[in-house]
Each structure stands twice: as structure tokens, then as C-alpha cells.
Ligand binder design. Structure first.
Ligand SMILES: NC(=O)c1ccc[n+]([C@@H]2O[C@H](COP(=O)([O-])OP(=O)(O)OC[C@H]3O[C@@H](n4cnc5c(N)ncnc54)[C@H](OP(=O)(O)O)[C@@H]3O)[C@@H](O)[C@H]2O)c1
Length: 253
């Protein structure tokens, strides 16, 4: 065991996250999960994440969107949190242009039910070049699908449910190769179970007592996924941990 000691402050906490090489994914896309948990592992307080996220975490969370070709979110998070299209400041947009990325990543929402408010900001406020994407399955309700098509780009990835691998293949086919998944726990658990989570940026917030909702919920039959700790940062009382998936031979460091 070794202590993780506080060191010299880094000028910009985003820098180590921007420097990660995400160009060699294990599968079709590089998938980064970005989540915050309380000390007891809770992923929400009264159904929302806001109160759980400290100021440095909120700042990093917003700015991390800069790495993404697309920001992927489960439908329940959209319903609870009321998402809007991504907004990046001019310097972030400039850095994206220099990396050959589009100015703004679109939001991609995963839903079987398509029980979504098509008049909400996340659909109506998205610019044409970053139109919101809805990822659903072939057995989705045809009327809701027709409504969705009016305001979003549709990806069908699976028959009864969205299959993570099919969803990511479709995103890669559209040129989205770095996927930032902002949860929620159910969709993140699906990605983990399908061995599609390459990286997890997990903030540990100095709070306890939130909802009985872990950061990732494994679907039935899912195996155990192993990760290697790649970096740590601390701001006040919030820990920022970055993990990468361990290759199957266990040689992840
Ligand atoms: N701590 C954090 O960092 C963090 C991050 C995000 C969210 N949250 C919190 O997490 C809570 C919501 O999380 P959650 O786990 O309930 O929801 P979620 O993962 O955001 O969304 C679950 C929904 O996604 C769709 N979905 C998931 N897997 C699917 C599959 N294989 N095929 C088709 N659709 C699929 C379904 O949508 P339909 O029901 O539409 O079919 C499902 O109900 C909220 O309280 C939110 O505040 C916390």
C-alpha cells in the first residue's frame, strides 16, 4: 500500500483527461463513463444528481464534454434531469476544431419505451449539425418512433432492447468514435456487462445518505469487470479517479 499524497496543484484539471489516448478502442468506439458517487456509493439525491456534485466536480463534468464525439445518456436520466443540448465555450470549440472534431457533440439517448418529451430542449434546441440521436430497438412503439423521427436522428440497435454493441457500431458508423456516457446507472451497467466501458471517470463526493442507487446497475447474468486505476486528483474534499478497463489477461497497468 502507498499513500496518495496531495502534491503541486495542476493548472487545469481537464488537461490529464484531455491527454488520454482514446484513438485505439478495444471495440468499435472508445467509451468513457463519467459519474459521481457519494461516500456510500449513492448516485443521486432525491432522484437528481445535482446536490451530489460538488463545484469542482460540476466544472470538470461540464468541461469533459469537450472530449466527446457524442454524449450518451439513458432515458431515465433525461426524464429526471431535463437535459439540454451540449454547450461548450469558444476555447473548447476551438480545441475540438484543431483535433478535427465537430464543434459540438450531439446527445444520444437510449430508450426502449420512447417515453420522452419531444418538445423538450434536448430535441428542439439542438443545432442541425449536432441533432439529438435516439437509440432504440425494432419493437419500439411505431407512433412514438414516428414522433421521434421528426426531432431526432434514429438508430435502431436491437430487436426487443438496445444491444450496446449494436448501438456503438452504429455510432461508429456515423463517425462518432469517442463516446462519453453520462449514465445513468442502468445504461452504464449495460455497457459494462457488454464489456464496452473502456474508461471510468468517477468523482467521489464527500456525502452520504442519498438514494439507494449505485453508480452502475449490472443486468442479470453480467460478469465482473476489472479496472486499473490510472490517475487520481483531489479538489477540496472531492476525489477524482480515472480507471481504464483491464485487458482479459489482467495486465492492465
Ligand atoms: N451519479 C451520477 O453520476 C449520475 C449520472 C446519471 C444519472 N444519475 C441518476 O440516475 C438516475 C437514473 O438512472 P437509471 O439507472 O434509473 O436510468 P438510466 O440508465 O439513465 O436510464 C434507464 C433507461 O434507459 C433505457 N435503457 C437502458 N438500457 C436499455 C436497453 N438495453 N435497451 C433499451 N433501453 C434501455 C430505458 O429507457 P426507457 O424506460 O425509456 O425504455 C431505461 O428505463 C437519476 O436519478 C439520475 O439523477 C446519476
Amino acid at each position: 500500500m502507498e499513500p496518495l499524497e496531495r502534491g503541486t496543484p495542476i493548472p487545469d484539471p481537464l488537461t490529464p483527461y484531455l491527454e488520454v489516448n482514446r484513438s485505439q478502442p478495444r471495440h468499435e468506439c472508445w467509451v468513457t463513463g463519467h459519474m459521481v458517487a457519494g461516500l456510500d456509493g449513492t448516485a443521486a439525491i432525491h432522484g437528481r444528481v445535482g446536490a451530489l456534485s460538488t463545484e469542482p466536480d460540476q466544472d470538470l463534468f461540464r468541461r469533459m464534454r469537450q472530449i466527446a464525439d457524442v454524449v450518451m445518456v439513458g432515458a431515465q436520466t433525461i426524464r429526471n434531469e431535463g437535459y439540454a443540448p451540449m454547450h461548450l465555450d469558444e476555447s473548447a470549440r476551438e480545441q475540438r476544431r484543431m483535433r478535427g472534431q465537430s464543434e459540438m457533440p450531439p446527445v444520444a439517448i437510449v430508450s426502449r419505451s420512447l417515453d420522452l418529451d419531444w418538445s423538450s430542449q434536448v430535441f428542439t434546441g439542438a443545432p442541425e449539425h449536432a441533432r439529438t440521436i435516439v437509440i432504440t430497438c425494432a419493437k419500439a412503439d411505431p407512433q412514438r418512433l414516428a414522433d421521434a423521427e421528426k426531432v431526432a436522428t434514429i438508430i435502431i440497435a436491437g430487436v426487443d432492447r438496445v444491444e450496446p454493441a449494436e448501438a456503438l457500431q452504429a455510432l461508429a458508423g456515423l463517425g462518432y468514435r469517442v463516446v462519453l456516457c453520462e449514465g445513468g446507472p442502468r445504461w452504464l451497467g449495460e455497457l459494462v456487462a457488454a464489456d464496452r466501458l473502456d474508461e471510468l471517470c468517477l468523482s467521489i463526493s464527500p456525502m452520504m445518505g442519498g438514494d439507494p442507487l449505485p453508480v452502475s446497475i449490472a443486468p442479470p447474468g453480467a460478469g465482473i469487470a476489472q479496472f486499473s486505476l490510472k490517475s487520481t486528483m483531489v479538489a477540496d474534499d472531492t476525489l477524482f479517479l480515472r480507471y481504464e478497463a483491464k485487458p482479459p489477461d489482467g495486465n492492465g497497468s
